[in-house]
Design a protein around this ligand. Structure first.
Ligand code: ARG
Length: 463
């Protein structure tokens, strides 16, 4: 059959070329947005007298019926069509005859596809936002439960200073809050309607682009028609946002994998998020966390793919742009999957505070506090640092920890040491004393939690 666009050519293409050219296999997921967009377009054409009010109504009803039939399963998508826009128009014309052919007045597939994609991704962003908030809330709840659970904090993966597990969780919350902000920023620039830009130059019809935009819930319209049809920044911005988000999820996943290892044993993932080995019966593999880490590469790839596709394109629309959809869909799907898995994985895991505390008790993570003790007694920090280092070395050589070294031994290094030293190098004191804003003290973690609840506007006690 000849293509709908048959004109100067016969509209009959080679079957392999057809398959190559076709996008219905993946753009069919924008069918709802395509129909909603067309309904607004028909209404605008009617309101402006470009078609009659009766025709506009017929088109609107016809489109609504198609949507209903697709949803009930009474109508199946015809994959022989080149893309979803052609399918909807073809089906409308099949049902309504001549009047169906009027729908495509004063628009082009170029502005239509740009519109559909913006509408589709706007909906995706809502879902992503909700899933992200669910993860933030889960991490914040964990932080509340563990604001007093002491663990070693690391730098260079070497035990450094005591922190609470709650403080650790809140660090991830802060990253995700930025992701949430980036996501709403992305939506701001997505909120621009390209419909009415037509093929590239605008139209000779007396259209009302602002009316159409408003009907579809857009607050702005593209102000240059050539840019309107060829701008895919909103896809790139979304994928950049998602790439950074995935980087955060990947870092968290990496920690979970480490913590779940025999070497750390800081957490145990529930059976629901653990796999066994086919030959080693003792294994509790953190496959899902590893996949979150692994899928990060794929989201970066989606972003790089489209950046590369777009870099050499002359204005305005080029078919290369059809390549925008698979990568941006894949990025959204992947991130949603990861969020859906990670949130229950975290809420269902067992936190081994006993092992965390044991790890905190070795590794001299209170050595800074030992030095600070001497500083408070009047020694300059550099000298205190050096002296403390010597004491740590002695303890290491003797298999002791700072807490068990007798006072006489301390005093042989400096007469400044007194009995009150032991209270000062106690791990809980060390943690509590870090009460500077943003520090690891209980009060500081509580303040961080309060901040998140204010930003997200929730109070778990009300649930
Ligand atoms: N399927 C096309 C896409 O995804 C729709 C736009 C086609 N426009 C055109 N002039 N061939 O980009």
């Amino acid at each position: 059959m000849a293509k709908m666009w048959a004109g100067v050519t016969a509209g009959i293409t080679d079957p392999t070329a057809d398959e190559f050219n076709s996008s219905i296999g993946f753009d069919r997921r924008m069918v709802r947005q395509d129909i909603r967009g067309s309904m607004a377009h028909a209404a605008m054409l009617g309101a402006k007298g470009i078609i009659s009010p009766a025709e506009a109504e017929q088109l609107g009803d016809g489109l609504a019926a198609i949507l209903e039939d697709l949803e009930s399963g009474a109508l199946a998508i015809d994959f022989g069509c080149e893309d979803i826009h052609m399918f909807v128009e073809q089906e409308l014309t099949r049902r309504l005859g001549e009047v169906g052919k009027k729908l495509h007045t004063a628009r082009s597939r170029n502005d239509q596809v740009a519109l559909d994609l913006r509408m589709y991704l706007r909906d995706e962003c809502k879902e992503l936002h909700d899933l992200l908030e669910a993860l933030i809330k889960t991490l914040t709840a964990l932080a509340g439960e563990h604001k007093e659970s002491i663990m070693p904090g690391y730098t260079h993966l070497q035990r450094a200073q005591p922190v609470s597990f709650g403080h650790y969780m809140m660090a991830y919350v802060m990253m995700l809050l930025r992701d949430r902000e980036r996501l709403s920023d992305t939506v701001k620039r997505m909120d621009v309607s390209p419909i009415g830009c037509c093929a590239l130059a605008g139209t000779t019809y007396d259209t009302d682009r602002r009316m159409e935009a408003e009907l579809l819930g857009f607050s702005r319209i593209a102000l240059n028609s050539m840019d309107g049809v060829s701008d895919r920044d909103f896809c790139l911005e979304l994928m950049s946002t998602l790439s950074i988000l995935m980087m955060h999820l990947s870092r968290l996943a990496e920690e979970l994998i480490l913590w779940a290892s025999w070497e750390f044993q800081f957490i145990q993932l529930s059976d629901a998020y653990t796999t066994g080995s086919s030959i080693m019966p003792q294994k509790r593999n953190a496959d899902m966390a590893e996949l979150v880490r692994g899928k990060t590469g794929r989201v970066y790839g989606d972003l790089m793919g489209l950046l590369t596709t777009l870099k050499g394109l002359p204005l305005a629309y080029n078919k290369d742009m059809q390549e925008d959809k698979e990568c941006v869909f894949d990025a959204c799907d992947t991130v949603k999957l990861c969020l859906r898995v990670l949130t229950p994985m975290l809420s269902g895991m067992t936190v081994r505070t006993d092992n965390m505390l044991r790890a905190a008790q070795t590794g001299f993570i209170n050595a800074t506090d030992l030095a600070d003790y001497l500083v408070r007694k009047g020694l300059p920090f550099r000298s205190a640092y050096k002296l403390s280092g010597q004491i740590v070395a002695k303890c290491m050589a003797e298999g002791q920890v700072l807490e068990t070294l007798p006072l006489e031994a301390y005093q042989s290094y400096s007469p400044l040491f007194e009995e009150d030293l032991y209270a000062q190098i106690d791990l809980r004191t060390c943690m509590e004393k870090r009460s500077s804003e943003g520090g690891t003290s209980v009060a500081s973690v509580e303040a961080q939690i309060a901040y998140v609840k204010e930003v997200l506007g929730y109070d778990e006690n009300l649930h």
